[in-house]
Write a protein that binds this ligand. Structure first.
Ligand code: NDP
Ligand code: HSE
Length: 443
């Protein structure tokens, strides 16, 4: 009888952080309490929440929740069953998560930086303690992509995945493309809407997407989390001119995270990418995210939804809480492994340096308007075995003597392209660096 009572007792949540995602989580748990209890089999109540400034207005109703600035009092509170970490960053989030595990609490987090950089140790600690650490909200906001790859595609050998996994960047690129808006203005709007990271450099320089790609690659291929091996390039160098030229050639520019298995190893890269406009993923706009996952059995699959924002992200946080509640009484050995593969079966496959990656390219050069210039450029490319898919030569911009030439190449190993570009840049008729953006057909 006592056992049955404890099984039916509401599960107590301690929330760390009451900002965009924390506030969204309180709202969703409160509004949908009835439906959530029917799914979880037990009521879920938030007993305590922490923030830095308790006077700050919140987007949720905090009545009945003990509010504190002392997050440690939550992770050590014997009444708390599950700690939900929504502070972000490494400090103090990392120490709080370890302390929560040390104190026997399951953890739910939306913190991709924490998982990408310290997930290997966090999961080891959780296994040692027989606890769960759930992190669905860490990748692609409201899209249940972790669950889809870890469970839904468990029968497949994943060949590659490619995703728009930063809502802020996609919002910026969409506004630049659709409305010709200025980069800095759109970023400020994304910050106001709660999409951007506390330090938006993480968004625009591709670091946030690299955190997420690290996690996706790990669960897709059964490799350790290794953020330091990801090639990262952000969108700050993308100009409205490149967006317009890409469009004229039938492409859109998106910040993609790409992980691909090849015979030589695993490619892990985040960079702006031209994608043919006929692909569904090229038409994913605004704060929406989408991930294509190619499995050997299922073929390509596409997952789409809001990649950031209070309630979409809370949707994933709450799903994780429900998952943890459902498995509270199950044997830890028989739970779904944190990183999809059994801990003893994680393979240390080599990660390829970017110089060994093969991809097609968009090149933009500024050339002198005289005969033979294009012939010099194409000869250099041919000498490196690089074939050209398309060339456009534009009229010089107002009164300038130089003209923009845009070339699309077929696939080439990056180190070959680097050599060719260095030779092109050395031509007296070419001025400035050659602008290059990688291109993927995702076919
Ligand atoms: P916010 O900045 O909106 O919220 C952070 C919260 O943490 C605030 O309530 C803040 O308090 C509190 N906080 C900060 N430092 C401390 C501290 N030292 N002790 C106690 N509380 C602290 O961030 P988000 O909600 O946007 O992000 C939270 C996490 O979710 C991050 O890991 C982020 O990457 C991730 N995420 C965010 C998404 C989004 O759309 N925003 C989407 C997916 C994931 P106070 O309010 O008083 O300042
Ligand atoms: N800053 C992130 C983004 C939040 O814009 O995608 C969601 O992880």
């Amino acid at each position: 009888m006592a056992d049955r009572e404890s099984v039916l007792k509401p599960v107590s949540i301690g929330l760390l952080g009451l900002g965009t995602v924390g506030g969204g989580t309180v709202r969703v748990l409160t509004r949908n309490a009835g439906e959530i209890t029917r799914r979880a089999g037990r009521a879920i109540q938030i007993v305590a929440a922490s923030a830095r400034d308790l006077e700050r207005p919140r987007i949720c109703d905090t009545d009945g929740i003990r509010l504190t600035t002392d997050s440690r009092s939550i992770v050590t509170d014997p009444a708390v069953d599950i700690v939900v970490e929504l502070i972000g960053g490494l400090d103090p989030a990392r120490a709080l998560v370890f302390e929560a595990l040390e104190n026997g609490k399951h953890v739910v987090t939306a913190n991709k930086m924490l998982i990408a950089l310290h997930g290997n140790e966090i999961f080891a600690k959780a296994r040692e303690k027989g606890l769960m650490v759930a992190f669905e909200a860490a990748v692609a906001g409201g899209i249940p992509i972790i669950k889809a790859i870890r469970e839904g595609l468990a029968g497949n050998k994943v060949e590659w995945l490619a995703g728009i996994i930063n809502g802020t960047c996609n919002f910026i690129l969409t506004e630049m493309w659709e409305k010709g808006r200025d980069f800095a203005d759109v970023l400020a709007e994304a910050q106001g809407l709660g999409y951007a990271e506390a330090d938006p450099t993480f968004d625009v320089e591709g670091i946030d997407a690299a955190h997420k790609l690290t996690i996706l690659a790990s669960i897709a291929f059964g490799i350790p989390l290794q953020f330091d091996k990801v090639y990262v390039e952000g969108i700050s160098g993308i100009t409205a001119l490149d967006v317009a030229y890409a469009e004229a050639l039938g492409y859109r520019i998106k910040l993609l995270g790409i992980a691909r298995r090849s015979l030589e190893g695993i490619e892990l890269r985040v960079h702006p990418t031209l994608i043919p406009e006929r692909r569904l993923i090229a038409n994913v706009n605004g704060v929406m995210n989408a991930i294509v996952v190619k499995g050997d059995a299922v073929g390509p699959t596409l997952y789409y939804g809001a990649g950031a924002g209070a309630e979409p992200t809370a949707s994933s946080v709450v799903a994780d809480i429900v998952d943890v509640v459902r498995t509270l009484t199950s044997d830890p050995e028989n739970r779904v492994p944190h990183l999809a593969f059994q801990p003893g079966a994680i393979a240390d496959l080599p990660i390829l340096p970017i110089s060994e990656v093969e991809t097609a390219y968009y090149l933009r050069l500024s050339a002198e308007d005289r005969p033979g210039v294009l012939a010099d450029v194409t000869r250099i490319l041919a000498n490196h075995g690089i074939s050209i898919e398309a060339i456009i030569q534009k009229e010089p911009l107002n009164g300038e003597s130089r003209l923009p030439i845009i070339l699309l190449t077929h696939k080439v190993r990056e180190r070959e392209l680097n050599d060719a570009v260095a030779q092109i840049e050395a031509l007296a008729t070419i001025s400035g660096p050659v602008k290059r953006i990688r291109m993927e057909t995702l076919g």
